[in-house]
Design a binder for this molecule. Structure first.
Ligand code: OGA
Ligand code: MN
Length: 217
C-alpha cells in the first residue's frame, strides 16, 4: 500500500474542542446530538467532491443485518454504500477527524470507544431507510452512531430528512435536514430513526464506534 502524504487542512482546534464539549453534554443528557456546520468546512467540501467522483461500481446495494444474516430489502432500505477504507488523503483526513471525536468523547464520557467503521451512502430519488435501530442490546458492540451530510445546496423540496425518535421526544420525532457539514451522533441502541424518501440525490457518511468485544484473558 502506498504511503499517502497527510492533507494539510486548516482545523481550528479550539472550535473542535467546543464542539466536542457540546456533543458530549447532549449525549449525556439526551442520548443524541445534532450539530449544524460541525465538520470543518474544507473537509466537508473535499468529502462532498470525493463522493461524487467515486465510480458507480464502488457503490454496493446496502442491506440489513450483518454477516450471514445480511439481506437485501430495497423497500426497507434503498441506499447504495461505499466503505471508507483510508485509501485517499480525503478518506484519511475524515478518519482522523472521526478519531479526534472518538478520543474527545472517551475522555469526557468514558465510553470506551475502540474502533470506527464508516461508509459513504447515496440515496437516489425514491430511496428510503425505514425506521430501525443500529444496534440491539447484547447482539453487537456498536455503541455510538454518527451521520454527516455532504449536500451543499440541500433544500426542503429534496426530502430525505433523517427523523430521530429518542425516548424523551414526542412520537413525531425530530427531523434533521441533510445539509452539508451537519453532524448527528446518537447512542446506537437507544435511538430508533429513519430516512424519509429522497426527492433528489442525497450523499452522506454513516459511521459507528464500537467497544472492544475481545475477552480479556
Ligand atoms: C444508517 C442511517 C441515516 C442517514 O445508515 O444506518 O440510519 O441520515 N442513516 O443517512
Ligand atoms: Mn441507522
Amino acid at each position: 500500500m502506498s504511503i499517502l502524504e497527510p492533507l494539510q487542512l486548516v482545523l481550528d482546534e479550539a472550535c473542535a474542542l467546543l464542539l466536542f464539549d457540546l456533543i458530549a453534554k447532549d449525549l449525556y443528557q439526551h442520548g443524541y446530538s445534532v450539530q449544524t456546520n460541525a465538520l470543518p468546512a474544507e473537509l466537508a467540501a473535499l468529502l462532498a467532491a470525493e463522493v461524487r467522483l467515486l465510480p458507480a461500481d464502488h457503490f454496493k446495494k446496502a442491506g440489513i443485518g450483518r454477516d450471514q444474516q445480511h439481506i437485501l430489502k430495497p423497500l426497507l432500505r434503498g441506499d447504495h454504500i461505499s466503505w471508507i477504507t483510508g485509501n485517499t488523503q480525503v478518506n484519511q483526513a475524515w478518519l482522523e477527524w472521526a478519531g479526534s471525536l472518538q478520543q474527545a468523547l472517551n475522555q469526557r464520557l468514558l465510553l470506551g470507544l475502540f474502533s470506527f467503521e464508516s461508509h459513504f451512502a447515496h440515496y437516489a430519488i425514491g430511496d428510503v431507510y425505514t425506521k430501525h435501530q443500529d444496534a440491539f442490546k447484547g447482539e453487537t458492540n456498536r455503541v455510538l452512531s454518527l451521520v454527516t451530510y455532504l449536500n451543499p445546496n440541500w433544500n426542503d423540496a429534496d426530502g430525505s430528512q433523517l427523523v430521530l425518535y429518542p425516548q424523551d421526544m414526542n412520537k413525531d420525532g425530530l427531523q434533521v435536514s441533510p445539509c452539508l457539514a451537519t453532524l448527528v451522533v446518537f447512542l446506537s441502541e437507544d435511538v430508533p430513526h429513519e430516512v424519509l424518501a429522497a426527492l433528489g440525490d442525497r450523499f452522506s457518511i454513516a459511521g459507528w464506534f464500537s467497544v472492544n468485544s475481545t475477552p480479556v484473558i
